[in-house]
Design a protein around this ligand. Sequence first.
Ligand code: GLA
Length: 341
Amino acid sequence: MNPPPRVRAVAPGRVNLIGDHTDYMGGVVLPIAVQLTTTIEAARHGDVLELTSTQFDGTARVPLPVTDPADVEPAWARYPAGVAAKLGATTGLVGTIRSELPPGAGLSSSAALEVATALALGFEGSHLELARRCQQAEQRATGVPCGIMDQLASAAGQRGHAMLIDCASETIEHVPVPEDLAIWVVHSGEERSLAMSAYARRREECELAEATLGPLPSAPLAAIDSLGDPVARARARHVRSECQRVRLAASSLADGDAVTVGRLMVASHRSLRDDFEVSTPTIDALVGEALRRRGVHGARLTGAGFGGCVVVLASPRADLADLGTQRWRVAPSDGARVGPI
Ligand code: GLA
């Protein structure tokens, strides 16, 4: 008998330069895939997903087909189990997961794990299809009604480019990132503990505003201002203004105008803090501290918020040593890939 085929699937994490809490409302986002990745090396055979992780304790032993990924233990195995459920996988994997992505830091380690699992399981299809399945897997495994940004960024990244993703049409424009720019992700040290329930609540609040206004990214400002409910008004104002900033940031980035991109990042942070209320005092202080460093063009919270990380755009000479609790200089990188070992 021939040994079962072995595959290596590699999927990057992402950082969002600008455009948070817009994806699930059909808005625009501007993430990059990063050079930090999650890798699955496994043999494709049997009818069990049997994976150990170098990062987490316990072995995932999930019989296929998966019926309820949300019940799987250990909890980290819900992501691969969710993907197997979404793909209707019946052929198993026996292998290991290695990751350079710190979990819970806002670098989308879960999206990278989902995308790598799908490819290791033999998914074949477009980046968009891959991302959709993984997004649905995450929603099913965790109950969080996330958008498509993280999974699509991990699937479709292009070296040297950010992705302007229109989440309404689900199309991507690759925007070159000037080489003389440094992108840093700085951890606040604050766990994103409230993220799940608060994220779902924000989405509901936006949907309530949308029921009156229509699609928020293009809602007329006067209509937003005339909303009676101050919370709905503020949430809608964030989504509408953030989408404008994203489009301007994408064209400014392509023009090499880092100063404008930086200014837009700062405005984005204020909007996420004041109108969307997803920042924390620790994150605000970290953004303030980053902006005081010489050579920093802009800084903002990135991802869902409620703790986690700040993204900083700076000159390569800027010194960010000792900022936050941990920091990574990231480079716009290629998306996920898979091949035989
Ligand atoms: C999380 C979600 C994304 C997106 C961001 C906020 O990362 O997974 O879909 O909504 O939060 O922009």
